[in-house]
Design a protein around this ligand. Structure first.
Ligand code: FES
Length: 169
C-alpha cells in the first residue's frame, strides 16, 4: 500500500515535471521568437531608400530648343527649352500615372494607356487626363548647372508664370 502511494507520488512528480518542462519550453520559444523578430527589425529597419528629390541636369547651354529626354528614365523628368526659357515636366500622366511618350513629329506627349495627349507645354488637350503634366522647380545652382527640384511642383497652367518654374533665358 505504501509502495503504491510512493509510486503515485512519483507519477504526480513526473507529470508535474513535464507540465513545467513544457510550459518552460513554450515560454522560452515565445521569448526566443520575440527576440529574433526584434533583432530582424533592428537589422532590417523600415527605411525608404528614395532617390534625392533634386538633381543637377547640366549647363543651360546643353539644352537646345525642344524636349530633352535624357532624364526621362532616371529622373522621370523631361527638360524643355522654349524661346522664353527652360522648364521641367513630370513624365507621370495626370490620368492614372502611366508614362507618356514624346512624339516629336506631332509635337506632343501621348499616353499609351488611355490616349491622353499633352502639348509641349504639358497642357492636356485630348483624352481623359484632367490636368496638365506637373512642372518642377528649376534654378541654376552654385556651379552654374540647371538644377531640378522635384519636391516642388505646380499642377495647373495658371501657375506657370511663377519664376521658380521657368528658368528664363
Ligand atoms: S494613364 Fe495616361 S491616359 Fe490614362
Amino acid at each position: 500500500m505504501a509502495e503504491s502511494k510512493v509510486g503515485g507520488s512519483n507519477d504526480l512528480n513526473r507529470r508535474e515535471f513535464f507540465s513545467w518542462f513544457w510550459m518552460g519550453w513554450i515560454t522560452f520559444s515565445v521569448a526566443a521568437g520575440a527576440i529574433v523578430t526584434l533583432l530582424g527589425r533592428y537589422l532590417f529597419p523600415n527605411v525608404l531608400f528614395e532617390k534625392p528629390s533634386s538633381f543637377r541636369a547640366g549647363p543651360p547651354t546643353e539644352f537646345g530648343l525642344g524636349v530633352d529626354e535624357r532624364f526621362k528614365d532616371t529622373q522621370s523628368v523631361w527638360i524643355v527649352r522654349v524661346p522664353e526659357g527652360i522648364y521641367a515636366l513630370s513624365t507621370v500622366c495626370t490620368h492614372l500615372g502611366c508614362t507618356p511618350n514624346w512624339l516629336p513629329n506631332e509635337s506632343k506627349f501621348k499616353c499609351p494607356c488611355h490616349g491622353s495627349g499633352f502639348r509641349m507645354s504639358g497642357l492636356n488637350f485630348e483624352g481623359p487626363a484632367p490636368r496638365p503634366l506637373e512642372r518642377f522647380a528649376v534654378s541654376i545652382d552654385e556651379t552654374g548647372f540647371v538644377k531640378i527640384d522635384k519636391s516642388r511642383a505646380i499642377r495647373f497652367a495658371n501657375q506657370w508664370s511663377d519664376p521658380d518654374f521657368l528658368l528664363r533665358g
